[in-house]
Design a protein around this ligand. Sequence first.
Ligand SMILES: Nc1nc2c(c(=O)[nH]1)N[C@H]1C(S)=C(S)[C@@H](COP(=O)(O)OP(=O)(O)OC[C@H]3O[C@@H](n4cnc5c(=O)[nH]c(N)nc54)[C@H](O)[C@@H]3O)O[C@H]1N2
Ligand SMILES: Nc1nc2c(c(=O)[nH]1)N[C@H]1C(S)=C(S)[C@@H](COP(=O)(O)OP(=O)(O)OC[C@H]3O[C@@H](n4cnc5c(=O)[nH]c(N)nc54)[C@H](O)[C@@H]3O)O[C@H]1N2
Ligand code: SF4
Ligand SMILES: [Mo]
Length: 750
Amino acid sequence: MPRTALRICPLCEATCGLTLTVEGTRVTGARGDREDVFSKGFICPKGAAFGAVDSDPDRLRVPLVREDGALREATWEEAFDAVAAGLRPVVERYGPHALGVVLGNPNVHTVAGALYPPVLLAALRTRSLFTASTVDQMPKHVSSGLLFGDAHAIPVPDLDRTHHLLLIGANPLESNGSLCTAPDFPGRLKALRARGGRLTVVDPRRTRTAKLADRHLAIRPGTDALLLAALATVLFEEDLTDLGALAPHVQGVGELRDALRDFTPEAVAEACDLDADLIRTLARELAAAPTAAVYARIGSCTVPHGTLASWLVDVLNVLTGNLDRPGGALFPQAATGRTPRPAGPGHGFALGRWHSRVRRLPEAKGELPLSALAEEIDTATDEGEPVRALVVIAANPVLSAPDGDRLDKALRSLDFMVSVDPYLNETSRHADVVLPPPPPSQSPHHDFAFNGFAVRNQVRYSRPAVPLEPGRMAETEIHARLVLAATGMHGADPAAVDATVVEQTLGKAVQDVHSPVHGRDPRELAAQLTGDDGPERRLDLMLRLGPYGDGFGARPDGLTLRALLGHPHGIDLGPLRPRLPQPLKTVSGRIELLPAPIAGDLPRLRRALRERPAALVLVGRRHLRSNNSWMHNVPALTGGSNRCTLQLNPRDAARLGIGDGEPVRVTGAGGAVTAPAEVTDAVRPGVVSLPHGWGHDRAGTRLNHAGADPGVNVNQLLDGSLLDPLSGNAVLNGVPVEVAAVPEKLTART
Ligand SMILES: Nc1nc2c(c(=O)[nH]1)N[C@H]1C(S)=C(S)[C@@H](COP(=O)(O)OP(=O)(O)OC[C@H]3O[C@@H](n4cnc5c(=O)[nH]c(N)nc54)[C@H](O)[C@@H]3O)O[C@H]1N2
Ligand SMILES: Nc1nc2c(c(=O)[nH]1)N[C@H]1C(S)=C(S)[C@@H](COP(=O)(O)OP(=O)(O)OC[C@H]3O[C@@H](n4cnc5c(=O)[nH]c(N)nc54)[C@H](O)[C@@H]3O)O[C@H]1N2
Ligand code: SF4
Ligand SMILES: [Mo]
């Protein structure tokens, strides 16, 4: 008999509650959970394909270990023996930085990815940390770090209450939203318009999101920081700033006004290819709206001025008084977030505490740019050791980072590599050991990361929908054993990892005068934790010490794991609320509107006013039925419009003699690829678009369906040299390329 089970969807940031149909141990259906407190029944095609994603026959079931050059199936014991034997000698011989760690996107979608990598990194003390953040949102972290003193304090637009949304470089109708967790983002945008609100979209492509908007500005890629600076300048010039309740918490308004003075609409219009009057109108609309929120994502981050654009987004929210007020942009408060401390000066945010070895690139948030991973492996310098061994968890940088071919070679040259990955793919094929996590149906779920960016405070937890298959190991246990193997404690009980974290966390909490457990006995508190295993006890711990927690009895009505388990559809914790000044951790205790590193980068933006744009630049795009590099192997999610085509405007197509469907050669600094042309006026002239995550044609992978229609790797067009200097984030959009027709008969060889 089929049964149902509830499971939060891990396939994008929207975190919808699903009702799964389970037959035996197999998920045979998925629909939206109408009683879910947050998603209320919403589901998208990816969520509906949960069963197909979950039961993909190419998912690895047992570990793989390299023997005589080839990967063979192995027991878990053999696999962890090999990991310990491979990693420890590298650390012991060459020191901690020779062991690199690469963390990919799905870590923010799993319980294991939230709970264990911090433990691993704290124990390893390696400076060679590379994550998907530096091909994504690092500019936002840096801007929040500088403005608010906390890289994780990222305001989210109050979608359900705002009167005016200025949405920049994001396409939530395909992506379902990012750094703005909102199940049914499309429905929420439609509701905004239905209640009389305005939606303005800035995007070089006329996306499905742009089609919903009152106004669409097809900006020239890479110039959003100029547009945003001009909007701020108009607010100053026309006396439209109104900080409202924020005023006592903000410093540097006068300095900011002076610093931005040159960036008038008239000055930026040509670079942005936008009308100066329109920019003025936009600024006036923003100021006049009863409430408004400026929100920007990938298209504003993965560009040469990513940090400046990210900073200006919040500058505009501050100048219009919309930061931290309902209808504006607010700081969510997650149930597993830290107990709020009283407001006051903090330590601030430091950048560049160390540098990469080869290009001397500054760290940001403890990370080096993913764009520098290949050179940190393949290039010797006088200073320090190259990376000789790598722990790769849920990452596929051969496709997601610039210049995959170089990285591919570099990975092959490593002394040792271990991947925690369900697939043998473009990256994990280089591993000496592959540790496959179970499919999502067999894993628990809680959104440690995304609840901190959600448009409504709420908390939900799903236990595994299906018991672990015999021979499987929970991803939490894989991570715990990996921590032990990498730190010289191979063979110890993995439960000790969780027990140590609990002991240390409680040990600190009881000494903290602001903690609800101040002065209590940590052992007595640890004994109160409930949960079936270590990860559940850690969740209980975080909930109970968190902002809504029971404080181990201090607030008897507060949250505990047991209370949460009694609410399988989740607990609603209410709309976002103003929180300032509490979240501020700057040295001044205020919002530092013009931080020194930002001021230091403004001359580069000023130079951009005079730069001649390239004739053709590349931007990316996402498709609703896809997710980065790892979902092209699921037949239910491929085909139709989800294809790796080069979109180009009819004017450019005519100029270059390219017909729809014909093969075109695209050349960039890092290489060239050939893809079919898709001639469409949805992209503005001078812009071409290729999606990322394709290029599944390398040997030695196990991706049968993806390999049949591999597409090309857009990141091969990049050589990794273009970065946003403050954050080290890769420039993936607005990249100069050349495009030429290819005679059909030659395409087979390219
Ligand atoms: N040109 C261009 N490049 C881009 C982007 C772009 O817009 N344009 N976007 C960038 C962005 S925003 C991101 S976040 C990165 C993503 O970059 P990555 O994180 O490197 O890539 P993903 O494709 O998300 O997948 C990572 C790996 O996780 C594995 N995986 C899936 N589920 C699980 C799981 O439950 N556990 C474990 N352990 N592994 C799992 C997959 O098999 C895959 O190998 O790509 C970036 N690259
Ligand atoms: N279906 C699906 N959903 C996903 C993913 C996926 O791969 N597929 N990936 C997930 C991940 S890891 C992330 S980070 C999020 C990203 O979520 P979004 O940020 O919403 O991602 P995109 O859909 O790539 O939208 C970026 C938009 O920026 C535009 N753009 C490019 N360059 C510029 C520019 O210079 N200026 C402006 N203003 N716009 C520009 C592009 O045309 C594109 O429409 O999506 C997540 N959700
Ligand atoms: S919108 Fe995202 S979370 Fe919701 S069902 Fe689709 S993939 Fe899953
Ligand atoms: Mo991302």
